[in-house]
Design a protein around this ligand. Structure first.
Ligand SMILES: Nc1ncnc2c1ncn2[C@@H]1O[C@H](COP(=O)(O)OP(=O)(O)OP(=O)(O)O)[C@@H](O)[C@H]1O
Ligand SMILES: [Mg+2]
Length: 454
């Protein structure tokens, strides 16, 4: 049962519509003009306000504006006279849900009311969820308010307290490790170790001893005993990144652990019991890997008890502006630059880009733009060249590039060369024809922080 305020100065409309709304099982309040409506809205958070546009004293547009200010979650439907569609559109710009011409077709009116109330319910749930999540869980560093991201966080909040194995999937740079950490931080193991291993970075023949340890003399070169990561993670969480890259022998041992909680060090005869929660991540489609005979199907099912899929950034573009601001704030802290904002045009490029490298790519682009910018706003020409061509006004952008000072061009050239050679300073200085000391001095004066390519 919803609370609805009906505002109209026409008595007949009030009688017909309020009777109809009551029959739909709603509580209906009445106001006969805009002023009275505002009094009532101030006093009570209605789910839905239905208002006439043309009224004495205050207009319906004033009511829309006022209602949205008082309670942004209130939905509004506007009643317009015949042939005044434009003011209906204007009301929608102010936040009204929709408009309908008078006298309304009652079936159409009913549907509109249903849809508005449905939306109100949904948005209230999302807001509630956000508060709930923020209060209860540590997600401070995870940015996102898209439906997709809220779904991910709500799943994280559900699985964290359990000891279930979680398989996190998503393209490179979508935040799989971030989510894995969040699962650990919100679990009862949070004060114990969180150990990570990138399976793709460990040669197959070393994976087993790295994970499970080995006894002295287990193989040539094993001159003393070594504890494995499972033991390091005892009582805590072990995060297996790029699980798709594990060797067949390692897969067998992981399966054994998931089945009966036991591991065996390489060269040891006795299995030991360890208390470890496993989280795994992959940007590979494991079902394809199974098909190709590279991944054990039985292990897959044991790992995939609870799947969390993080959608690529291009499928949740609503998150982009928030992420841009987040990374801007981080870069501001890091560089001490007073960079306030991103120009609307640059933001348009950012929200439209394909982001194959997902959030990590976005993070790098913003960091780079902050270094390059010499104003307090990021402009299209501070973005990588490839992105600038996405700009419909690329011509002006190119002109901007030509108007750069010599120093500015030098800075950009250095940065581009560094990026091209994966931040290798020796190579970069060779290509630019300067000494590494000169390069180093220039980096410092331009505020470019040298970094290692991941
Ligand atoms: N929702 C988010 N909010 C804030 N930062 C994020 C978010 N998602 C990702 N990041 C940041 O983006 C970067 C990449 O994230 P992360 O390393 O977790 O991705 P990944 O999926 O593990 O990537 P890969 O597959 O390449 O290992 C990190 O710096 C991380 O902090
Ligand atoms: Mg990762």
């Amino acid at each position: 049962m919803a609370d609805i305020l009906l505002v109209d100065d026409d008595k007949n409309v009030r009688i017909t519509l309020s009777a109809f709304l009551k029959k739909m099982d709603n509580n209906v309040d009445i106001a006969t003009d805009g002023e009275q409506a505002e009094e009532k809205i101030k006093a009570f958070p209605y789910d839905l306000v239905i208002t006439d546009l043309k009224m004495a004293k205050k207009s319906g547009l004033d009511v829309v504006r006022f209602a949205k200010e008082c309670n942004p979650l209130t939905e509004i439907i506007v009643l317009t006279g015949f042939g005044t569609v434009e003011s209906g559109v204007q009301a929608m710009k102010l936040g009204a849900y929709d408009y309908i011409t008078k006298p309304p077709d009652l079936e159409e009116f009913k549907l509109l009311v249903y849809k508005a109330l449905e939306r109100k319910k949904l948005l209230t749930e999302v807001e509630y969820l956000q508060h709930e999540l923020k209060d209860k869980y540590k997600f401070d560093n995870i940015i996102g308010s898209s439906k997709e991201m809220l779904d991910v966080l709500s799943l994280v909040s559900k699985v964290s307290p359990t000891d279930s194995t979680v398989l996190i999937t998503g393209e490179s740079g979508t935040g799989k490790e971030l989510i894995a950490r969040a699962v650990h931080l919100n679990s009862k193991r949070k004060n114990r170790a969180f150990v990570t291993i990138n399976c793709g970075a460990i040669p197959e023949n070393l994976q087993e001893s790295e994970l499970f340890g080995h006894v002295r003399g287990a193989f040539t070169g094993a001159i003393k005993e070594k504890r494995g990561l499972f033991q390091e993670a005892s009582g805590g969480t072990l995060f297996l990144d790029e699980i798709g890259e594990t060797a067949p022998a390692t897969q067998v041992k992981l399966l054994r652990f998931l089945q009966d909680g036991e591991i065996r060090a390489v060269g040891d005869t006795e299995p030991i019991h360890v208390d470890v929660r496993l989280l795994a991540a992959t940007n590979r489609n494991l079902e394809d890997a199974i098909e190709a005979g590279e991944f054990r199907e039985d292990l897959y099912y044991r790992l995939n008890v609870i799947p969390i899929n993080i959608p690529p950034l291009r499928e949740r573009r609503d998150d982009i502006p928030l992420l841009v601001n987040h990374f801007l704030a981080l870069a501001r802290e890091k560089t001490g630059k007073q960079l306030e904002t991103v120009s609307p045009q640059a933001m348009k490029i950012l929200t439209g880009w394909k982001w194959q490298g997902n959030v990590r790519e976005l993070e790098n682009v913003i960091e780079r733009a902050v270094i390059l910018s010499n104003q307090n706003v990021i402009l299209p020409h501070d973005l990588p060249m490839s992105m600038q061509s996405l700009d419909a006004d690329a011509i002006t952008t190119q002109a901007g590039w030509e108007e750069l000072s010599l120093e500015e061009m030098e800075k950009r050239q250095i940065l581009r060369t560094l990026e091209k050679y994966e931040w290798n300073q020796k190579k970069t200085s060779d290509v630019l024809g300067i000494s590494t000391t000169t390069l180093w001095r220039k980096l410092k004066s331009y505020g470019i922080e040298p970094k290692m390519k991941e």
